[in-house]
Design a protein around this ligand. Structure first.
Ligand SMILES: Nc1nc2c(c(=O)[nH]1)N[C@H]1C(S)=C(S)[C@@H](COP(=O)(O)OP(=O)(O)OC[C@H]3O[C@@H](n4cnc5c(=O)[nH]c(N)nc54)[C@H](O)[C@@H]3O)O[C@H]1N2
Ligand SMILES: Nc1nc2c(c(=O)[nH]1)N[C@H]1C(S)=C(S)[C@@H](COP(=O)(O)OP(=O)(O)OC[C@H]3O[C@@H](n4cnc5c(=O)[nH]c(N)nc54)[C@H](O)[C@@H]3O)O[C@H]1N2
Ligand code: SF4
Ligand SMILES: [Mo]
Length: 745
């Protein structure tokens, strides 16, 4: 009898171990089930990695599963615009027929899929979506990555990868975090099994943390050196750090000679970035720049990780690249004989080697978009351009979009244009658990199961190390969970992968799902190929077996440890293959050119525009994952505040004659939104911040007190964008703040 059955058959409450899948951490938790409903989720003290840790989002899983706003059946838009329930089989029949007609009339490229953050909670879902598009013959597969941190893969393609992975955070004597707040975001940088605690322990042990952030964040509070600069100056600051390290001879010469190309080009390019220049431009003390460089270069261990902040503020590719260069010129990669930091458990075993896998073409290839000369790139197709691909008429126009656990209306830049695009589509399908913002504009909303109603496992978390440095479990850890509860009575719900497979079958297409493993362009093991034509009557459990088929440990072994398990893997990094000629590159021509542009930029001109004296930066709420959970009724997540305030330094408020709780209008060169101000001493003066993914549809601005405002509205997608990833300026946005709000200008 499974645990879920045991839970359902007993009348009393049953508490079972499982895992939260809302964010990449996948914390091991305990779930209490009473009469077939989840009533409590809390930390699992018996989980060896998480040791009782959870966050408010995970603890709200019962409310999310039992939410009155939850969709219990799929919905179809009627002629009058209202939605009516539709059986999911009927919905798949109709969607398949419509897709077939659209492909027949306009060609395969007219169909696009955008798979989002919540799509990642379900192993196989996004892969099956990709398989459907492939079977249709459309290249138009999009993810949030190019409006998140696209600089990561682009920088890695220019720099190359290290085939032994990254260095461990635990035990390092220094670390640099640029524009990220892992204590809240549980993203990369600090290990996400209780990041606040991990950081506290390391600092108590002696780690000297360096943080670059315009806000004194929960993470920055632990820093030995917190550089609190003007936003958008990260390439300047990192070039300054590299300048000092080279000028003072603090580089790892032996590592550079053995493994690295381009050092002289880098040295020449940073020559002008003296601490005094950096200080003047980024408005940080020059001696802090020098001190940070010395600290980073002279203490043991230590890598540099970048977050969304610098990726949003332009030159994200360059900033990510310089962070890799900083680590590389200081020789900060695992060497032969070091313990393997992130050996796989549910992924195939691999040989970690102390050698480079050199640079590769990271952009300018494959599918060309029709707008802004954008192409496919290492970060994926430029998502910020998808709205225009829908709006621009003619050959190749996108006419049908499937959103998989994603929410363009909340998350994409330029919400006004995004809404026009959503409304222009011939067919918009959203797989969601509620009538989220984009779902409200859809033709069909496919109601899906929630995480605790599906089996879960941690394989995807291991794969994150192939995506970038500084993320993934710090130990060979794995967990599997069976389904914990049945879906609500009388509901008609489907899982994501079943939907794509179901639509494909109805279109007469056989799906082949492929999963690849490896750092950068390097394949560690042959891909796993799952031929759905040979997989009739597959269950999700069966799909997971296939996905984990090549794992170092079998799912059976993992299942034996319901509270999760840290496996014994005592491997050391293998020496460099004597035939290996590959080298890392710190002098990539494109990146050096961009650094020269940064140096030539007249930064005073931009600062001088008094019409827009504030800089609006990004920030994440501890209680919501992007837009998910934002509409949950009650106080559990909103804590009485269902909107996203405008955080502002108290002195800036005073200067504007504003008080906490006052309504203001935030105006950028592009658009305007209302908000409510909140004093926050952690902000740098003249820098203000808001949480993203709030607000209603474009015409619903007046409801800001109950649903907040959409920050994306302030950002145009077709000006000040990155030429490779298309990411527009989503932080460091020049704005003005004025008292009051009126919808009419
Ligand atoms: N201005 C600004 N814009 C930003 C950002 C920012 O910081 N500032 N951040 C950017 C970043 S980093 C990202 S990743 C993107 C996020 O972009 P998206 O991934 O597109 O946005 P989310 O809000 O995460 O969308 C999640 C959707 O999934 C639904 N959902 C929740 N649970 C489930 C589930 O179990 N199953 C299914 N099928 N659906 C579910 C939610 O209701 C919601 O509609 O936004 C980007 N946009
Ligand atoms: N609780 C919670 N956790 C989340 C999410 C969430 O919405 N809520 N979202 C998840 C997602 S999709 C992602 S991608 C990750 C992101 O994880 P992070 O990248 O850690 O995101 P943030 O916490 O917003 O941290 C970004 C930091 O950049 C700073 N910043 C803004 N502009 C600049 C700049 O120009 N330069 C510098 N140096 N700093 C700048 C901001 O002050 C902020 O502290 O978090 C994930 N985890
Ligand atoms: S950090 Fe929070 S949301 Fe993320 S997996 Fe853990 S409990 Fe869930
Ligand atoms: Mo993200």
């Amino acid at each position: 009898m499974t645990q879920a059955h045991a839970a359902r058959e007993q009348t009393g409450a049953v508490t079972v171990p499982t895992l939260c899948r809302l964010c990449p951490a996948h914390c091991g938790v305990l779930a209490t089930v009473e009469d077939g409903r989840i009533t409590e989720v809390r930390g699992d003290p018996d989980n060896p990695l998480f040791q009782g840790y959870t966050c408010p989002k995970g603890r709200a899983l019962p409310e999310l599963h039992n939410s009155p706003l939850r969709l219990l059946a799929s919905q179809k838009r009627q002629a009058d615009g209202a939605f009516a329930p539709i059986g999911v089989d009927q919905a798949m029949d109709e969607i398949a027929a419509r897709l077939r007609a659209i492909v027949a009339q306009y060609g395969p490229r007219s169909v696009a899929i955008y798979t989002g953050t919540s799509g990642q909670s379900y192993p196989g879902g996004a892969n099956m979506a990709a398989a459907l598009l492939q079977a249709i013959g459309s290249p138009m597969f999009f993810t949030p990555n190019p409006i998140d941190s696209p600089g990561k893969q682009i920088a890695a393609s220019a720099h190359g990868n290290w085939l032994a992975g990254d260095l461990p955070f635990a035990g390092a004597d220094t670390w640099l975090l640029v524009g990220m707040n892992p204590v809240i975001s549980k993203a990369n940088g600090v290990p996400f099994n209780n990041p606040a605690q991990r950081l506290k322990e390391e600092v108590a042990r002696g780690m000297k943390l360096i943080v670059i952030d315009p806000r004194r964040t929960e993470t920055a509070k632990r820093a030995a050196i917190h550089l609190q600069p003007r936003p958008g100056e990260d390439p300047t600051i990192l070039a300054g750090l590299i300048h000092v390290i080279i000028a003072e001879g603090l580089v790892d010469r032996e590592f550079i000679d053995g493994e690295v190309d381009g050092f002289d080009a880098l040295a020449a390019q940073v020559a002008d970035f003296t601490p005094e220049y950096v200080a003047r431009r980024a408005e940080v003390p020059a001696d802090q720049v020098t001190a940070a460089a010395r600290l980073f270069a002279t203490r043991r261990g230590g890598m540099a990780n970048c977050g969304t902040g610098p990726n949003f503020s332009q030159h994200g590719n360059l900033t990510e690249y310089l962070a890799l260069c900083l680590a590389t010129i200081c020789g900060r990669w695992p060497r032969a004989g070091d313990p393997v930091h992130r050996p796989n458990a549910l992924l195939p075993a691999y040989t970690a080697r102390a050698q480079a896998s050199g640079p590769f073409q990271g952009w300018g290839y494959g599918t060309k978009l029709r707008v802004r000369d954008l192409t496919d790139a290492a970060c994926g197709l430029p998502t910020a351009a998808l709205a225009d691909e829908i709006l621009l008429e003619g050959d190749g126009q996108v006419r049908a979009l499937i959103c998989n656990g994603s929410n363009p209306m909340a998350a994409w830049p330029d919400q006004r244009r995004t809404q026009q695009a959503m409304e222009k589509l011939d067919l918009l399908v959203c797989l969601d658990v509620e009538m989220a913002l984009t779902a409200r504009l859809a033709d069909y909303v496919i109601a899906t199961k929630m995480t605790l109603e599906t089996p879960g496992m941690t394989q995807r978390v291991e794969a994150l190390k192939y995506y970038t440095i500084g993320i993934g479990y710090p130990k060979p850890y794995a967990q599997y969970s069976p389904r914990i509860v049945a879906p609500p009575p009388d509901s008609d719900l489907i899982e994501e992968w079943e939907f794509y497979n179901g639509v494909a079958k109805r279109m007469g297409l056989g799906l082949t799902m492929g999963i690849k493993y490896g750092f950068g362009r390097f394949d560690e093991a042959p891909p796993t190929i799952i031929d759905m034509a040979k997989s009739d009557n597959l269950t999700t459990e069966g799909l997971y077996e296939k996905i984990c088929e090549k794992g170092r440990f079998t799912l059976d072994e993992v299942r034996r440890h319901p509270h999760g398990h840290i496996f014994e893997v005592n491997e050391t990094v293998a020496p460099k293959d004597p035939d290996c000629r590959e080298r890392l590159d710190v002098g990539n021509a494109h990146m050096m050119g961009e650094l020269a542009q940064v140096r030539a930029f007249e930064f005073q001109t931009e600062h001088a525009d008094q019409a827009y004296p504030f800089r609006l930066i990004s920030r994440r709420s501890n209680n919501f994952l992007n837009s998910a959970g934002r509409r949950l009724p009650g106080e559990k997540l909103t804590r009485g505040k269902a909107y996203n305030p405008l955080f502002m330094h108290p002195q800036d408020l005073t200067e504007l004659g504003l008080q906490a709780g006052d309504t203001v209008t935030i105006t950028s060169r592009h658009d305007r939104i209302p908000s409510i101000v909140e004093p926050d001493e952690t902000m740098r003066r003249k820098v203000i911040a808001m949480y993203h993914c709030f607000g209603g549809l474009v015409e619903e601005d007046d409801g800001f007190e109950t649903h907040g405002s959409n920050v994306g509205r302030l950002t145009p997608a077709d000006r000040q964008y990155d030429a490779i990833s298309g990411i527009p300026r989503m932080s460091n946005i020049a704005v003005s703040v004025s008292r009051g709000w009126s919808k009419d200008v």
